[in-house]
Design a protein around this ligand. Structure first.
Ligand SMILES: NC(=O)c1ccc[n+]([C@@H]2O[C@H](COP(=O)([O-])OP(=O)(O)OC[C@H]3O[C@@H](n4cnc5c(N)ncnc54)[C@H](OP(=O)(O)O)[C@@H]3O)[C@@H](O)[C@H]2O)c1
Length: 251
């Protein structure tokens, strides 16, 4: 089997960290990136020969281009790009702060787009490749409290759907991941109850088990995601009625 190389953004913590270890255990060389070098180095200790840390803030286009070029120069080709980096910003949209909005959009949406051109162009040339977008069911439909985080994840899922169709002609596979509540530093800040909370190790195992499949949307846990999917199919009138009745408005 040919050795495969993955670039995974946000590999220093949470789901990214556990997915890195799994990919590494299964024969992949894993390039990980994130803003905190110490977190990346800690993960790379798991297997220094197969995990390669790169400090990178994906919201900075210039920096992202430089790092993407460095990665291509060293590894020649990225077989799998996992776009996982994000920041969390739930809450009310009643009083949107443009400064906060820019920060979240620059990371969760523009930051993802910044990682695409150089890597996807090499994939197009080779007529092969695979891109996984880690989005969220918080973007399924407008929901009180999902905040700017939900807005960016909705856009990200749209981007994944569009690219799935557009990149098929270049033999590039696109998948999107919609996890429910996963225990990571991101959700550790939540003070509300998180139904069906899952460990990041289990989430990483589920994602890994689906990467060789032809499934577009990887979603879990089903107990939470199936009701959310049903809600997302409802006509507006019923959807708004149910949400107003059962979802508490944020402060
Ligand atoms: N946990 C959940 O319940 C849940 C549910 C649905 C979806 N998700 C999604 O799953 C993905 C992983 O999240 P997680 O739960 O594992 O949280 P996490 O541990 O906070 O991971 C997010 C990672 O993104 C990196 N990151 C953030 N901003 C960045 C930037 N500007 N440039 C580069 N890297 C950046 C962080 O590293 P640095 O801070 O060092 O940069 C961190 O390692 C995210 O896309 C999240 O939206 C999570």
């Amino acid at each position: 089997m040919n050795k495969k190389t993955v670039w995974l953004t946000g590999g220093g913590t949470g789901i990214g960290k556990d997915l890195t270890k799994l990919l590494c255990d299964n024969g992949f060389d894993v390039v990980i990136s994130g803003r905190r070098k110490d977190k990346l180095i800690e993960v790379a200790k798991y297997n220094k020969k197969k995990i390669f840390p790169y400090k990178l803030d994906v919201s900075n286009l210039k920096e992202t281009d430089i790092v993407a070029k460095k990665i291509i120069k060293k590894f020649k080709f990225i077989d799998l790009l996992v776009l996982n980096a994000a920041i969390y910003s739930p809450g009310s949209l009643k009083e949107i702060s443009p400064i906060n909005a820019k920060k979240v959009i620059d990371t969760n949406l523009t930051g993802i787009i910044n990682c695409l051109p150089i890597i996807v162009n090499t994939m197009k040339k080779k007529q092969k490749g695979h891109v996984i977008f880690v989005s969220s069911p918080a973007g399924y439909r407008g929901m009180p409290g999902a905040g700017l985080y939900g807005v960016t994840k909705s856009g990200l899922t749209f981007l994944a759907e569009t690219l799935k169709i557009e990149l098929e002609q270049f033999n590039i596979k696109v998948q999107v991941v919609h996890p429910g509540f996963i225990k990571t530093p991101m959700t550790d800040k939540n003070t509300f109850p998180m139904p069906f909370l899952m460990s990041s190790e289990k989430a990483a195992k589920i994602i890994f088990s689906k990467i060789n499949s032809n499934i577009f949307e990887i979603y879990f846990p089903k107990m939470l995601l199936i009701p959310m999917k049903i809600l997302s199919f409802l006509p507006y009138r019923i959807y708004f009625y149910l949400i107003k009745k059962f979802v508490k408005l944020p402060e």
